[in-house]
Structure formats: structure tokens, C-alpha cells
Design a protein around this ligand. Structure first.
Ligand code: HEM
Length: 407
């Protein structure tokens, strides 16, 4: 199904970037498999379709052109399957097919496994309370950036071996990197040398001196050997750390601040969550993730023919999975545009599914729990200045960057 005279969807269109939600509804209802000839790409918008596609794990879908290709990549149309890139210099591992991708992912994800993450609760709580000690006496501040933003960025600094006092700079760099110009998209990691400016020195320092506290993300990458027996260079290791740097920094704060805003619009729900935080914060967390998660879509390039909705997608063509549309699919969630803190959520695509399932899943949920719990415990009343809140247009992270709050 392609565009009609009346309807056209393009994730890089300025109007779509300013508010994609009405487009998603039309896509789900009328064009569940929507073809964009300019990008040779199909958009999938229904929960069930995306659930099925992301489950396929046999090399049919590979993120060979990146999970977030900009228009410069999509404008080039492939005439057949896109093979894995050469090993040297090693690009970001997510572009490889399962084996190599999985090995590199496993090599540096130990601190994000459930048991390791559980040990981070106290640190998150300390960071949250340090922020509140500083912010509450001020009376008004930016709930996204100054509360959760600094906490999440500090956690990323800890994971990646950056000093804590770099957290504000990390946060600012990641926020700037997610902005997207209409018609362009978000440039690939390689176009953000300032990120590597943070990460490469960490790898260099660690290689020169591996004493001191454990640094499993960096150590795992330095200890890893490619199938040809070679080790990663400093830049190659730093490149593999980009996704934690980005994914760990900006999603959680936007969800927490936006979620607290939604609660404040519904005093009965806010009162219910406050009344029993141990039970209700985890429920509210899941609804906040569904309702507020800012990432819009991720891409895969098709390597083997795949048929869906009676159409065969050919090798070299791409699909984008509109996760933000799946989160609002009325076929999965009744009244999807309502925020209902304790709605049953049986299945979720907010963290993706299958091979590329978010490696920060456990940490993200713990951070959100702690940030919400400490906020509700210490802030008896708060009001959001909705007129001054800012949600910048983006084809990638369409989230509330700034939410001024008064306490
Ligand atoms: C609520 C917060 C978060 C949400 C909603 C979220 C969502 C996602 C989604 C949807 C993907 C899949 C992308 C794809 O299919 O291509 C993903 C991947 C990823 N996320 Fe998260 N994320 C969150 C927090 C985090 C945190 C805290 C970290 C790290 C500390 C993180 C690190 C990553 C990484 C490294 C990947 C890439 C996985 C791969 O391709 O192997 N995320 N995330």
C-alpha cells in the first residue's frame, strides 16, 4: 500500500516530526504496511505486526544500515541484500547479523543484567536525593533535565567510567545529538565525533591502567577478540559504547518528567499512586513507559524475502517499526490515548523485542521506580508550567525536553 492523494506519511516530514500521533492512527487503520517509495522503506504501525516481525531471528531482518538510518542512507536504494560490513575498522556492532552482534553485545553488557542492576538501587536513590536537596529549595526548575536528566547521565557516567561531574555535559551532548532537521533525520553515530570525544579517552585510560574499580563495560570490550583474533582499537571499543551513552541518558528523564506531568493532570490517579507507592509506582511506571516513551521507530534492512499483508518485501528494502504507534494501538490497548496508571499491560514493545531488545531494560525500570518514589515521598505538591514545556520536533526522540515545574 503506498501513499494516496489524501494521505502521505514520511517520518522526516516537518509536520510528522511535530506530531506523529494522528499519522500513526491513519497508518494503523488504513495502511498497516505503508510503502515510502522515496526511501524504499515500509512502515509497520500495528502492535501485532511489529511483535511478529521483531520475533523473527533467522537473519531476515538485519540492522545493516543502522537502526536509525538518516535520509542520506535511505535515499540510496539497494538492488539486493546488504551484506555485513568488513570487520576493520569495526563499526557499531548492531549493524552485523546475529552471531557477531550477539557476541559483542554480550561482551560488555554484564553490568546491565538483572542481578548487577539490583545492586545499583542505592546509588540511584542517593543521586535522586542529592538532586532534590539542591532543586527543592529553588522552588522551580526543569523537571526533565535537572531531575531525572542528571541522575540518568550520572548513571551512564558510572557505567562507562566517566567522572560524575561530566554528567551535565553528557546530558547536553546527547540532547543536542537527538535533534533532527526535517528531511534529514538523525545523523549516524559517526557524525557525532563529540560523543567519541567523551568515550575514547576512557578506553585509552583504562588500557593504560586497569587497576581501580571494576569497569565491566570497557573491560569486556577490551578483552573481546573478533573472529579473526584481533582486539578492538580504542576508537572501535568507544564506538561500541555509543548506544549505552545515548540510550542510557535521555529516555528515562523524559519518561519520568512527562509521566509526573500526566499524573498531575489527574489528581485522583496521583492520590492513588501516592497512597500505596510500593504497589502503584511499578504500575504507573509501565503506563508512563507506554504513554511517554520518546523513541519513535527503529529500522531494519531485509536480507531474505518476507511476506506480510500479502506483500513480499524484497532483500535490500527496509522496514521501520513504529514502536510509538504500537504503544498507542487500540487493538492492544483499549482507549490508548488515555493515561490510566493501572491499566493492564500484558505485552509491551516500548523496549523493542527480539535481537535488539533494549539492554538497559532493567536499569531503566529501576531508575524510573526510584525517581518516581523519591519525588512522591519528598514533594507534597507540584505544578507543571505547561505553556513553557518544550517538545522539540524529531524523527527519533519525540519527547518533552523541558518541563518547568514549581514545587
Ligand atoms: C525507559 C527507557 C528506555 C526505553 C524505552 C528504551 C528503548 C529501547 C528500544 C526500543 C531499543 C531497541 C532498538 C531497536 O530495536 O533497534 C533499545 C535498545 C537499546 N537500549 Fe534502550 N531504552 C531505554 C533505556 C535504556 C537505558 C537506561 C540504556 C543503557 C543504560 C539503554 C541502552 C540501550 C542499548 C545499548 C540498546 C541497543 C541494543 C542493541 O541494539 O543491541 N536503553 N532501547
Amino acid at each position: 500500500m503506498t501513499e494516496t492523494v489524501d494521505f502521505a506519511y514520511d517520518p522526516f516530514d516537518a509536520q510528522v516530526m511535530a506530531d506523529p500521533l494522528p499519522y500513526y492512527r491513519t497508518l494503523r487503520d488504513e495502511y498497516p504496511l505503508y510503502y515510502m517509495p522515496q526511501w524504499d522503506t515500509f512502515a509497520l504501525s500495528r502492535f501485532e505486526d511489529i511483535w511478529q516481525v521483531l520475533e523473527v531471528n533467522d537473519g531476515t531482518f538485519v540492522a545493516s544500515e543502522g537502526t536509525l538510518p538518516p535520509t542520506t542512507v535511505l535515499a540510496k536504494h539497494n538492488t539486493g541484500p546488504v551484506e555485513d560490513p568488513p570487520l576493520h575498522p569495526l563499526p557499531f556492532h548492531a549493524v552485523f547479523d546475529a552471531d557477531l552482534y550477539g557476541e559483542i553485545r554480550r561482551s560488555h553488557s554484564a553490568p546491565l543484567r538483572p542481578r548487577s542492576v539490583a545492586g545499583l538501587a542505592d546509588r540511584i536513590r542517593t543521586l535522586a536525593n542529592e538532586r532534590l536537596d539542591l532543586l527543592l529549595p529553588r522552588g522551580s526548575f526543569d523537571l526533565t533535565q535537572e531531575y531525572g536528566g542528571i541522575v540518568a547521565a550520572s548513571m551512564v557516567c558510572g557505567l562507562l567510567g566517566l567522572p560524575d561531574d561530566l554528567a551535565p555535559q553528557v546530558l547536553a551532548a546527547v540532547n543536542a545529538g537527538s535533534l533532527a532537521e526535517p528531511g534529514v533525520g538523525v545523523e549516524v553515530a559517526a557524525a557525532r565525533p563529540n560523543y567519541l570525544g567523551f568515550l575514547t579517552p576512557v578506553v585509552e585510560r583504562r588500557r593504560a591502567d586497569a587497576s581501580g574499580d571494576a569497569l565491566p563495560v570497557v573491560d569486556g570490550l577490551l578483552g573481546y577478540r573478533l573472529p579473526d583474533g584481533t582486539a578492538l582499537t580504542d576508537t572501535e571499543a568507544a564506538t561500541q559504547m555509543l548506544c549505552i551513552f545515548i540510550g542510557g541518558t535521555e529516555t528515562v528523564p523524559k519518561i519520568v518528567a512527562h509521566g509526573l506531568w500526566e499524573l498531575s493532570k489527574r489528581p485522583d490517579q496521583l492520590a492513588a499512586v501516592r497512597a500505596d507507592p510500593a504497589t502503584n509506582v511499578p504500575l504507573a511506571r509501565e503506563e508512563m513507559i507506554r504513554y511517554c516513551a520518546p523513541a519513535q521507530w527503529f529500522a531494519r534492512t531485509v536480507r531474505k524475502p518476507y511476506t506480510i499483508h500479502d506483500k513480499t518485501i524484497e532483500p535490500g528494502q527496509r522496514i521501520i517499526t513504529l514502536l510509538a504507534s504500537a504503544n498507542r494501538d487500540e487493538r492492544e490497548y483499549p482507549q490508548p490515548d488515555e493515561f490510566i496508571f493501572d491499566r493492564p499491560i500484558k505485552r509491551s514493545l516500548a523496549f523493542g523485542r527480539g535481537q535488539h531488545f533494549c539492554i538497559g531494560y532493567h536499569l531503566a525500570r529501576l531508575e524510573i521506580d526510584v525517581l518516581l518514589t523519591e519525588w512522591l515521598r519528598r514533594v507534597p505538591d507540584y505544578a507543571i508550567h505547561s505553556d513553557a514545556a518544550k517538545r522539540l520536533p524529531s524523527s527519533f526522540q519525540w519527547g518533552w525536553n523541558n518541563i518547568p515545574v514549581e514545587v
